[in-house]
Ligand binder design. Sequence first.
Ligand code: HEC
Length: 149
Amino acid sequence: MTRKILIGLVTVIVLFIVIQFIPKDYNQDKQVTLNNIATVYSMPEEVQAIFKKDCYDCHSNNTNYPFYAHLQPMRLMLDRHVRNGKAELNFDEFGTYSARKKRSKLRAISTSLDEGTMPLPSYLIIHRDAALNPRDTALIKSWIRKVNE
Ligand code: HEC
């Protein structure tokens, strides 16, 4: 019985070590981008700060990697979120979007706030402080109304 537990334990440890060799993506482009959303529209510092803190990990060209993100399998999940998140909306590439796409993305941000779908719930488990409070939501929505009328 103890022998079985020992074998099980060793297997788990070996598996954990093996998956650490799965290649990781690095979403870090230190360059100053001219296409950032804040160069496209005038945007209050406060609104910029909210997007940076709560959305940039998955919707920009620069992700902040906390310690657990250097471990698998967490990194695989984060890398997938970054790939899919950036494909839908990238605050650093906003300036490259067509006028029509810009409008529709701003509307989508508003909708995501109304529906409470962003940031992703799985991300909020660890990044509790990224949850939007009513004040953040109101600030962003009134900014969007201003630039997207
Ligand atoms: C943990 C990663 C993550 C964070 C943080 C995050 N998102 Fe997302 N977001 C995604 C992913 C992945 C998608 C792609 C669709 C999906 O899986 O729901 C997405 C999709 C979206 C979309 C849909 C785009 C469209 O055209 O329909 C909007 C809008 C959006 N996010 C806004 C935000 C905002 C605003 C924040 C910050 C308050 C935020 N997201 C934070 C991962 C994230």
